[in-house]
Design a protein around this ligand. Structure first.
Ligand code: ADP
Length: 626
């Protein structure tokens, strides 16, 4: 009986088969990766399951090509699949792929020529780009029966079949050539050899194929004869053990793209070989963009852990701190025994040492990138900076010292990201603090009245636009002995002594009026300021919670709501100041209206909502019509 593919898979299949721009070559690497995984799984299981008798030397992948019949067979003697597994694994596209796919619409994919396969890690299905029929015969090590999965793209069927030993055999019926596409090349020995060298050389099991060779005929000097011989096509050296000189161009990038389902090259590759207390090889990658699920709960951090070349854990989270969770890669060590349990692994001392080394290596490489290739670093920071800032602030700021040098914020002067070190070295004479302001975009912050006085002194301001920024800055507290000062907070103190004196006097003289206004809008304080140049009013936060932090916290889906304590500051030199004073003398009702209007204008500038929009708009219209 023929079954339909799940609808999501069907859409993706259609798209893939018709995608002209996708690199069709990669189908072979996908199938070989799957075969290699199946061999890994079998070997790994055999280490703990005594019933399984596996000899590592026997594990292999075989390719078989029949030019006449236009078929390629890829077989492995790995773990195999039961009928249920065939149904579950090949009836739908790998979960990771579909999820990403759901977030994109077809039009977008077509218009942008997105590399569907690379993007969604569709693996097995990529074989449909070159075949019009696929037959999978598989026998699981757990079962005595073999099953055959067959599909011509319209749907699939699963029935009982025959197979001597455990493993999987995949038969591809290669498409006929068309005007645009030469499919026959995939039946060519030479082409296949090249594809294996290019994409699958590092596979640690032999990939064998019968190849045609020629030799001089016996007793002849110039006559050749052809003969067949089984050849191993890959070097089998794990890529992380290869010497630099033996690595082909793009080999590491291709490995990354294949293994970690990315469609872009990594931003940076970090290789290390460590010997000593703990010996290991590591190959780490910093992606050039955040994976689609990076900032969700679904994202799992970790590095692939190999013990002497055998994969023992696909994503070992202990190898990476949370703030470096974006790093992908592998670690191969001889210091772990192969059949170590998950619980034991966590307690292993050598794993901790490796994790520590890896952490400092990543940090060193990032600092190096910032130093030598700041454009790349900015790209990195735009993708993963939030994670670093989060790292500063979580764990009660425990890790802040490790991370502070990696941080960047947007500078008011440069209009671009700069590091805190750079900020400090840019500080002008007499400047003692690091100034920052927060808001939703660069422009909103740049227009904030509170930035006026600081700018007039030629001080640089860090513009914080990421919700986590201010929490991060608060956790840091200081950098190289310089305090962080929010330009919108009371603690901003740039006035000279005489300026302060005359301001105190002004506020003292108008105390009654200011108190009256304060009671009208029910806030902590209303006062005159000399910090504003052109704007009539602004809000200042008093205490630790700023207005931006209030917004961030209150946007969280919890019941906990907070209110930043604020004061309303009035520009002492603005015409409105005189107006208020005269209203206080002879029209208290009107002063009430003015106070409400001014307070709500200040709220608007801060990006806060107007508390009672109808009342305020009537009130303003009222004032205007007088
Ligand atoms: P992915 O490899 O990303 O999981 P695939 O579509 O390539 O997605 O494969 C789906 C699943 O089918 C695999 O996860 C694996 O469980 C199973 N599978 C594929 N090829 C083989 C094979 N040669 N031997 C055993 N299982 C396989």
């Amino acid at each position: 009986m023929k079954k339909e593919f799940k609808s999501e898979s069907k859409r993706l299949l259609d798209l893939m088969v018709n995608a002209i721009y996708t690199n069709k070559d990669i189908f072979l690497r996908e199938l070989i990766s799957n075969a290699s995984d199946a061999l890994d799984k079998l070997y790994y299981n055999s280490l703990t399951d005594k019933k399984l008798k596996v000899n590592k030397e026997d594990l292999e992948i075989n390719l078989d090509v029949d030019k006449e019949k236009r078929i390629i067979k890829i077989s492995d003697n790995g773990i195999g699949m039961t009928d249920v597994e065939l149904e579950n694994n090949l009836g739908t596209i790998a979960k990771s792929g579909t999820l990403a796919f759901k977030q994109m619409n077809e039009k977008e994919v077509k218009e942008k020529n997105i590399d569907v396969i690379g993007q969604f890690g569709v693996g097995f299905y990529s074989a449909f780009m070159v075949s019009n029929k696929i037959v999978v015969t598989s026998k699981s090590v757990e079962s005595d029966e073999a099953h055959v999965w067959e599909s011509d793209l319209d749907g699939y069927s699963i029935k009982k079949g025959k197979k001597e030993s455990n493993g999987t055999e995949i038969t591809l019926y290669i498409k006929e050539d068309t005007e645009e596409e030469n499919y026959s090349k995939y039946l060519d020995e030479y082409e296949i050899k090249n594809l294996i060298k290019k994409y699958s050389d590092y596979i640690r099991y032999p990939i064998k194929m019968e190849v045609t060779k020629s030799k001089l005929k016996e007793n002849s000097k110039d006559e050749y004869e052809e003969y067949k011989e089984i050849e191993t096509l890959n070097s089998m050296i794990p890529i992380w053990k290869k010497e630099k000189k033996d690595l082909k161009e793009d080999e590491l990038d291709n490995f990354y793209i294949d293994k970690f389902y990315d469609y872009e090259k990594p931003l940076k590759v970090i290789r290390s070989k460590v010997e000593g207390m703990c010996s290991y090889n590591s190959l780490l990658f910093i992606p050039s963009h955040a994976p689609f699920d990076f900032y969700t709960k679904d994202y799992e951090k970790g590095l692939s852990l190999y013990a002497s070349g055998v994969l023992i854990m696909d994503k070992c989270p202990e190898l990476l701190p949370d703030y470096f969770s974006f790093v992908k890669g592998i670690v191969d060590t001889e210091d772990l025994s192969l059949n170590i349990s998950r619980e034991m692994l966590q307690k292993t001392h050598s794993l901790k040492i490796i994790a520590k080394n890896i952490e400092s290596k990543i940090k060193k490489e990032l600092l190096d990138m910032m130093d030598k290739n700041v454009e790349d670093y900015k790209k990195f920071f735009k993708a993963f900076g939030t994670q670093l800032k989060f790292g500063v602030y979580s764990n009660y700021g425990m890790d802040k010292d490790k991370l502070k040098d990696l941080l960047m914020f947007t500078s008011s002067k440069k209009k671009d990201l700069i590091s805190l070190k750079e900020y400090v070295s840019n500080m002008v004479e007499k400047q003692e603090n690091i100034y920052y302001a927060s808001g939703s975009t660069f422009e909103t912050i740049d227009n904030l009245p509170q930035t006026e006085q600081v700018k007039s002194k030629d001080y640089e301001i860090l513009y914080l636009t990421d919700p986590v920024d201010e929490f991060c800055i608060n956790a840091l507290g200081e950098f190289e002995g310089k305090k962080f000062i929010n330009v919108s907070s009371e603690s901003l103190d740039l006035d000279t002594d005489s300026e302060k004196e005359s301001l105190t006097k002004l506020n003292e003289d108008n105390k009654e009026m200011l108190n009256y206004m304060k009671d009208v809008i029910n806030i902590k304080e209303v006062k005159f300021t000399n910090k504003l140049k052109n704007h009539p009013v602004c809000l200042k936060s008093i205490g630790d919670v700023s207005i931006e932090m209030q917004k961030v916290i209150n946007a969280m889906p919890t019941d906990q709501k907070i209110n930043a304590e604020v004061s309303l500051e009035i520009n002492k030199d603005h015409p409105i100041a005189h107006k208020l004073k005269s209203l206080f003398k002879d029209n208290l009702d009107e002063l009430k209206n003015y106070t409400k209007a001014l307070y709500n204008l200040a709220r608007l500038i801060e990006g806060l909502n107007v508390e009672n929009p109808t009342e305020i708009s009537n009130l303003i219209a009222d004032i205007m019509s007088k």
